[in-house]
Ligand binder design. Structure first.
Ligand SMILES: NC(=O)c1ccc[n+]([C@@H]2O[C@H](COP(=O)([O-])OP(=O)(O)OC[C@H]3O[C@@H](n4cnc5c(N)ncnc54)[C@H](OP(=O)(O)O)[C@@H]3O)[C@@H](O)[C@H]2O)c1
Length: 287
C-alpha cells in the first residue's frame, strides 16, 4: 500500500507518517508552509493544477487529507481563506483522487453538530447543523470529498498529542511555568489522541473501509476537566486552572456546548478502542 498524506507537517499528518514508516508502509507526505524532514513535497490544495499533477505523479493507493485552515475564530473573518482551503481545496484533492481511483480519507470535525446537550452523544446518522463558519466549511469539505466513490470521512474532536503545537502542549507549558490558566467549563466533547487517530487512518486504509465514522476518544469531558486530568497525571498544581463560562470567555465563533460523538462504530470496524485522556496522558509521559 502506497499512502500520500496531505498536511504531513501537521499534528495528525506527522503522526500518520511516523506510524506508517514504523510499520513498513510506503508513505509520502506534503507540507504547505512548514517543510519537515518527512513532509517535503510542497502542495497547496487550493491550487487545483498543482494538486492534480502531484497526485497523478505520486499515484498513491490511498490519500489521507488532513490539511485544513482550522483557526476556528479567525474563520469568522477570513471566510474566503477558510472556504478556499477547507471546501474548494478538499474538492481539488477529491477530484485528483477520483482521477487515479485512489481511496480518499478526509478528516472532518465534531463541530458539524450544533452541540445541544440533549442530543449528545451524536451518532453518524444524526443530522448535522454547523454552528460556526469553520464548521460550515468543513461540512462543505465532507460533501466535496464525496465526489469520488471510495471515500471515508472521519470526524475527530480536540486533537492532542506531543507532536506540533496544540491545546495540550500549550497547557503543559503554562502549567510547567506555574502560570494560571482560565479554561472553559461548559464546552464538552470527547478529545482525540493523535496517535490513536493516526492508527485508525491506517487501519481504515488497509481494510478499505469507506463511509462516515466518528473518530473521537471514549470519554466525554469539559475542556476544564480535560485540563485538570492533564495536571493530575503530570503532577502539576490543578489549582492553577480556573473554570470560566463560554459567555465570560467570549470567543469570536459560536461553539457547540456538547459535541460528544459516539465512536463505537469505528472502534468495531478497526477492532481498536481509542484511549481516554488519562491513559493517553500517561502514554505521553512514557514516550
Ligand atoms: N486540531 C483539532 O483539535 C481538530 C479537531 C477536529 C478536527 N480537526 C481536523 O483534523 C485535521 C487535522 O488537524 P491537525 O490538528 O493535524 O491540523 P494542523 O496541525 O494545523 O495541520 C494542518 C496541516 O494542513 C496543512 N495545510 C494548511 N493549509 C493548507 C493548504 N492550503 N494546502 C495544503 N496543506 C495545507 C498544514 O501545512 P503547513 O503547516 O506546512 O502550512 C498542516 O500540515 C484538520 O482537517 C482539522 O480540520 C482538528
Amino acid at each position: 500500500m502506497n499512502v500520500l498524506v496531505i498536511g504531513g507537517s501537521g499534528l495528525v499528518g506527522s503522526n500518520i507518517v511516523e506510524l506508517g514508516l514504523d510499520n513498513g508502509i510506503e508513505v509520502e507526505a506534503t507540507y504547505n508552509n512548514t517543510e519537515t524532514e518527512k513532509a517535503s513535497i510542497k502542495l497547496d490544495k487550493t491550487d487545483s493544477d498543482q494538486t492534480a499533477s502531484i497526485i497523478e505523479r505520486i499515484n498513491p493507493d490511498v490519500i489521507i487529507d488532513t490539511a485544513a485552515y482550522h483557526a476556528v475564530d479567525d474563520c469568522e473573518s477570513k471566510r474566503d481563506l477558510a472556504w478556499s482551503v477547507n471546501a474548494d481545496g478538499t474538492r481539488n484533492v477529491a477530484a485528483a483522487a477520483n482521477a487515479i481511483d485512489a481511496h480518499l480519507i478526509y478528516l472532518s470535525t465534531d463541530y458539524v453538530f450544533p452541540g445541544n446537550p440533549e442530543d449528545a452523544p451524536y451518532s453518524e446518522s444524526d443530522p448535522v447543523n454547523p454552528p460556526n463558519y469553520y464548521a460550515e466549511t468543513k461540512y462543505a469539505g465532507e460533501q466535496a470529498s464525496k465526489i469520488t466513490d471510495a471515500v471515508t470521512v472521519l470526524r475527530p474532536s480536540v486533537i492532542y498529542g506531543l507532536a506540533n503545537d496544540n491545546f495540550v502542549t500549550w497547557a503543559l507549558g503554562e502549567l510547567k511555568a506555574g502560570n494560571e490558566l482560565t479554561i472553559v467549563e461548559d464546552q464538552i466533547s470527547a478529545p482525540t489522541y493523535a496517535p490513536d487517530l493516526a492508527y485508525a487512518c491506517l487501519r481504515v486504509a488497509e481494510n478499505g473501509i469507506t463511509g462516515v465514522y466518528h473518530a473521537t476518544g471514549p470519554d466525554s469531558v469539559s475542556r476544564y476537566e480535560f485540563t485538570t486530568i492533564l495536571a493530575d497525571v503530570y503532577g502539576y498544581n490543578p489549582e492553577l486552572i480556573t473554570p470560566i463560562s463560554t459567555e465570560e470567555f467570549g470567543q469570536e465563533a459560536p461553539r457547540p456546548t456538547d459535541s460528544t460523538l459516539n465512536a463505537t462504530r469505528l472502534y468495531r470496524e478497526i477492532d481498536y478502542e481509542f484511549r481516554g485522556p488519562e491513559e493517553a496522558f500517561e502514554a505521553m509521559q512514557g514516550g
